[in-house]
Design a protein around this ligand. Structure first.
Ligand code: F1P
Length: 346
């Protein structure tokens, strides 16, 4: 809601529109949820701009910068960090500072971060930070910001108006569906969670698995949908929940696979815009958006079901989903490259 309001006017993104373009490749650099967010945007922008966009974890860029930059072929680089404090992202920004041919765009929820001083341009979303250690609101807000920037860079008016209509539609969807997702997570017990999706949805599946791991200390995996048949299928059993983040190009193949794993005894969760009515009874839970907007405008919504599921499963296990074991809000490394550790329960 607030992100839509803050960026409704093109003036709010004018610096970015002036200094960056949709005609050249982009590289995104980040860690953790911010990295999966980066991959999601890179997939969407490749389609939108017809120009290659890629993402790399900050640590990978640091180990082999020439290779990472060569592979991406990008001179416009976005560095994303909710905290603006993640050491690997700051070191990547320092490294890119040494390359005069590169323009960098820092995106952070921290109003005063070191990242800002290291990037050529910065966008800040201070309202989007959450108290929770895990990224939920900040994930969807930064994703929406980049969708907005992408639509404006590409001059894609229908994507922009779809994004305008999203806050109200999301509120309505949450009112009708959030309890269903939470009740499912509170009631059902699984040993494994698997998230499947195609293209941008495959990266949202990675983020979904990370949310389950962080918020509920569960074992969770993610694959591009049909990769599931190439090995991971071995774990399908009544103890497995297999969630499909269904997208238009892959929908019929994904529904076919969902039927197949159901016959193997696994539980299935379908997250889709619309699922044929006759399939509803065959799956354990079906969540539909029922939105007549472009699929690319629905990406941020697709992140929400796993956030709700992680929350419900974490609470059922007696955990605090906002403060996962062993994690810190940002991975800050000391001079040796060692991380501060936070022990279980402290
Ligand atoms: C993000 C991140 C989180 C993760 C963990 C450590 O860092 O990797 O995704 O939940 O708590 O930090 P950033 O976006 O602040 O750089």
């Amino acid at each position: 809601m607030e992100t839509a309001r803050q960026f409704a006017s093109p003036a709010a993104t004018s610096e970015v529109l002036k200094n960056f373009s949709s005609a050249q490749p982009w590289l995104f650099v980040a860690c953790g949820s911010s990295y999966y967010l980066s991959q999601t945007i890179a997939s969407q922008w490749t389609r939108l701009f017809h120009s290659p966009c890629t993402a790399v974890p900050a640590s990978e860029l640091l180990f082999s910068p020439d290779q990472a930059l060569l592979r991406a072929g990008a001179k416009q680089i976005a560095l994303i960090s909710r905290s603006g404090k993640t050491t690997e992202v700051l070191q990547a920004a320092e490294l890119l500072n040494q390359r005069p041919e590169v323009r960098t765009l820092g995106v952070t929820c921290n109003p005063r971060s070191e990242l800002e001083s290291l990037c050529s341009h910065t966008v800040k979303l201070s309202w989007a930070d959450e108290k929770s250690l895990v990224m939920t609101r900040s994930f969807t807000s930064i994703l929406l910001l980049f969708q907005r920037i992408g639509a404006r860079l590409a001059g894609h008016k229908s994507l922009e108006s779809a994004l305008d209509s999203l806050p109200e539609k999301t509120q309505r969807w949450l009112a009708e569906n959030a309890d269903k997702m939470r009740a499912f997570g509170a009631r059902r017990r699984y040993a494994d969670y698997v998230f499947l999706g195609h293209d941008a949805h495959a990266w949202l599946a990675q983020e979904a698995a990370l949310k389950m791991t962080e918020m509920s200390s569960s074992y969770a995996q993610a694959y591009p949908s049909l990769e599931f048949r190439h090995g991971p299928k071995a774990i399908a059993s009544p103890k497995t929940l297999i969630a499909f983040l269904i997208s238009e190009p892959a929908a019929s193949a994904e529904l076919e696979l969902a039927g197949e794993v159901k016959q193997l005894g696994a539980s299935t969760l379908l997250v889709a815009n619309r699922v044929p009515p006759e399939l509803h009874k065959k799956h354990d839970l079906v969540l539909e958006w029922k939105l007549d907007v472009l699929e690319s405008a629905r990406l941020a919504l697709t992140a929400i079901p796993a956030q709700l599921l992680g929350l419900a499963v974490g609470l059922r296990k007696g955990l605090d989903p906002d403060v996962p074991s062993n994690l810190t809000r940002a991975v800050v490394l000391d001079a040796r490259g060692a991380a501060t550790t936070r022990r279980r329960g402290s």
